[in-house]
Design a protein around this ligand. Structure first.
Ligand SMILES: CC(=O)N[C@H]1[C@@H](OP(=O)(O)OP(=O)(O)OC[C@H]2O[C@@H](n3ccc(=O)[nH]c3=O)[C@H](O)[C@@H]2O)O[C@H](CO)[C@@H](O)[C@@H]1O
Length: 366
């Protein structure tokens, strides 16, 4: 099979694409792959590191207000369609797959213009702008949440879960705790604000370090790569001591190895993170980002709170003290964590990569 895949901007769109490619390669080692991403997104670093050929096009998002910048967005889009057509003609894929983010718009649209089968994956329960645009001419759609089915024409979309969920479930092996300066076999909470880190969560965590210093469990505080320097400055300028049970790090490169090992996960309610955490059956504290389209993270989080898998903190109520109290209560209560873990696991889709790969193969056979 020859496949072009595109998705990017943030990890939530990139990791499902990579998990799909990894599964395809495991099943069919001779699969030829080209990943097309944006020039500025995280994919420019993550994809080549994962060992896939990478090409980039330049795109930017629409501003919600009437802004002259939107003319530039349209111009870049048309240019990216043209460039994608050139890449597609050269690579000759059997199928072109989009996993969301602005960049997948021109790439999948170009394939549609050239009459090549196209598949998109929607990670969220509320369908994104790019996927809404592409849906008009799409061959097949895989969605993570049943709630997203209604956004597509009948029989077009299938629930497949999120391919990255299967990847974290199938990854085993030891984690290098020493690399984080922590110990293996200790109760541990993992705190991260999506793939880019979250400003308010970081501030709250810096305030909470003083109290976490005295806790009997370990804390991994992931700041987001771009925010690492500013978090360290804040820690230093406030004269805060960081005890040995706490690791402050910019990014976790090997999340599928780490996530299964931790006892509680605290973070945003991005769809891909949630898919991983439910498939693994992890108790969660979610602080949904209020800055995303149609407030979809609050909907993602609420669905988990409703089934008893997560506790919710709104960003408006997020302080260091409150964050510590919620985490500390759960870390003292193994029964509660176990009940939440069981509820999470019930809604996880641990075979999502198989399901999505089958969907992709079905359009080629058609
Ligand atoms: C601000 C924004 O637009 N957020 C969206 C974006 O979030 P974002 O990119 O933050 O996505 P998610 O939280 O869904 O996924 C983050 C991914 O990055 C990984 N990870 C994270 C931190 C780290 O240090 N290492 C690491 O590997 C996680 O394990 C996960 O696989 O895409 C999601 C999926 O469409 C959406 O639901 C989110 O609303």
């Amino acid at each position: 099979m020859r496949i072009i895949i595109s998705g990017g901007g943030t990890g939530g769109h990139i990791y499902p694409a990579l998990a799909t490619l990894n599964k395809l390669r495991a099943l069919k080692p001779d699969t030829a792959v080209l990943y097309i991403g944006s020039e500025r997104g995280l994919e420019g670093k993550i994809v080549p590191e994962a060992g896939y050929d990478f090409a980039s096009v330049k795109v930017q998002g629409f501003k919600r207000s009437l802004s002259p910048d939107n003319f530039k967005t349209v111009y870049l889009f048309l240019k990216a369609v043209h460039e994608s057509e050139r890449l597609i003609r050269k690579f000759k894929p059997d199928v072109v797959v989009g996993t969301g983010g602005y960049v997948s718009g021109p790439v999948v649209y170009a394939a549609q213009r050239l009459g090549i089968p196209t598949v998109i994956h929607e990670q969220n329960s509320v369908i994104g702008v790019t996927n809404r645009f592409l849906a008009r001419k799409i061959t097949k759609v895989g969605v993570a949440f049943p709630a997203a089915l209604a956004a597509f024409k009948p029989n077009l979309a299938t629930v497949v879960g999120n391919p990255r969920a299967q990847e974290v479930v199938e990854t085993n092996g030891k984690y290098d705790w020493q690399g984080l300066g922590l110990k293996a076999g200790q109760p541990t909470v993992l705190i991260f604000g999506g793939s880019q880190g979250a400003l308010k969560l970081n501030h709250a965590m810096v305030d909470a370090i003083k109290v976490f210093n005295r806790s009997k469990y370990q804390v991994i505080f992931v700041t987001g790569a771009k925010r690492y320097a500013e978090v360290n400055e804040e820690i230093t300028s406030k004269g805060i001591n960081v005890a040995d049970n706490i690791a402050v790090v910019p990014y976790i490169n090997n999340m599928p190895q780490l996530m299964p090992q931790v006892d509680l996960i605290v973070g945003r309610a991005g769809a891909t993170s949630i898919a991983e955490q439910t498939a693994l059956g992890k108790p969660m504290v979610l602080i949904p980002s209020p800055y995303v389209t149609n407030d979809h993270q609050t909907k993602n989080a609420q669905a988990l709170v409703d089934v008893g898998a997560a506790s919710l903190i709104t960003e408006a109520n997020l302080t260091g003290g409150h964050l510590f109290d919620v985490i500390n209560d759960l870390m003292q209560d193994a029964d509660k964590r176990q009940a939440m873990a069981g509820a999470a696991k019930k809604i996880g889709v641990p075979n999502a990569a198989d399901l999505f790969v089958n969907l992709i193969e079905s359009v080629i056979k058609e």
